[in-house]
Write a protein that binds this ligand. Structure first.
Ligand code: FES
Length: 106
């Protein structure tokens, strides 16, 4: 299983195995990783799964679709160039070793 590292705004780090096909949000919620809420269950209606994706992982991601782009404008924390909604990132083998950082607020 690919492993994903989640780093909180305080610097706390957790690395968990995430099933291929699950989202990075689901990997966090299923493993009780702090900093990702996933209130809408991955339906692009909450932006509480906002993450900042480390540069090394960005090239492995699919392009953002317009609905994700729009919902990111509602995120509680400032949007950055590497902001994504983690419910929209389905884990594949090439994501193994990816790191995402969680914002201070969701
Ligand atoms: S979990 Fe709600 S938009 Fe991602």
């Amino acid at each position: 299983m690919p492993n994903i590292t989640y780093i909180s705004h305080t610097g706390a780090s957790r690395t968990v195995d995430v099933l291929q096909g699950d989202s990075i949000m689901e990997g966090a919620v299923q493993n009780n990783v702090d900093g990702i809420v996933g209130a809408c269950g991955g339906n692009l209606q909450c932006a509480t799964c906002h993450v900042y994706v480390d540069a090394a992982c960005l090239p492995t991601l699919d392009p953002m679709d317009p609905d994700e782009d729009s919902m990111l404008e509602s995120a509680a924390a400032p949007r950055q160039m590497n902001s994504r909604l983690s419910c929209q990132i389905r884990v594949r083998p090439e994501h193994d070793g990816c790191t995402v950082r969680t914002p201070e607020s969701q």
